[in-house]
Design a protein around this ligand. Sequence first.
Ligand code: LHQ
Length: 255
Amino acid sequence: MEPVLIHQHDAVLEIALNRPDRLNALDRSLLEALSKALERAEGESVRAVVLRGEGRAFSAGQDLREAAGGELDYQEHLERYNRVVLQMRRLPKPVVAAVEGVAAGAGMALALAADMRVAGRDAVFVTAFARIGLVPDSGMTFTLPRTVGWGRAFELLALSPEIPAERALELGLVNRLSEPGHARNEALALARELAEGPTRTYALIKEGLNASARLGLEETLELEAQLQKVAGSSRDHREGVAAFLEKRRANFEGR
Ligand code: LHQ
């Protein structure tokens, strides 16, 4: 069975973690396949990505059987996670995670590495790392406090409560809730909407947000000016303004 499934729906690439009998626990072969799928997402025909899990869970995190096998070199293994997280963050197009069921540990970290999250009303998030005596990895010490704030991040990381979807929405961990079982369709609809938008501008927004995590105000203002110069000379900007003046819907091309 392929550890990751890929479907392309027009300009939307759907990537599905595919170990449903293990709740999409992440092992070496799944992470390698996910990295390849994300490479494919770099292709010009893709303007937005949906990441989801097959079956009843998004992902139960690191495959604890593989980890317990004693053969796992954590340093080497984390490089696989880090690669995938960086691919998602650096991908110059929006990534929407569709979360059904559980997103635990490194599975939650993957969902947080996406740009937006849609969750089924019965989804549950759990940081899980400290439950097994580990510190957060896969970028979670970066993404979680930036998503929910320091105090909440510390609490969620230290106490590892199960966070039901409604609470996740209140905390800002997810953008939207769907009826149970409909997160995939909602995420695909959202990704389609994004794919029809000014996607080159979205890439610049992502670049600006990524950089804002390490820049001070002055440098941020400078970078914004540079990014605006690029956006301001794009076809989509001209089209957006023309559409406004002509009172019609803009036809963005991502250029
Ligand atoms: C699993 C797993 C799993 C293997 C369910 N592994 N088989 C650490 C190290 C290195 C690098 C990166 O990051 C990390 C951080 C992490 O991600 S640590 C792992 C964090 N995840 C967990 O601690 C979750 C472990 N799983 C559970 O607590 C439960 O399975 C949950 C609460 C997710 C779901 O419970 P149930 O709905 O009762 O399902 P289940 O437990 O019966 O699971 C179904 C099957 O999936 C079962 O297999 P079996 O052969 O017995 O039917 C589980 O063993 C398997 N599975 N999670 N992480």
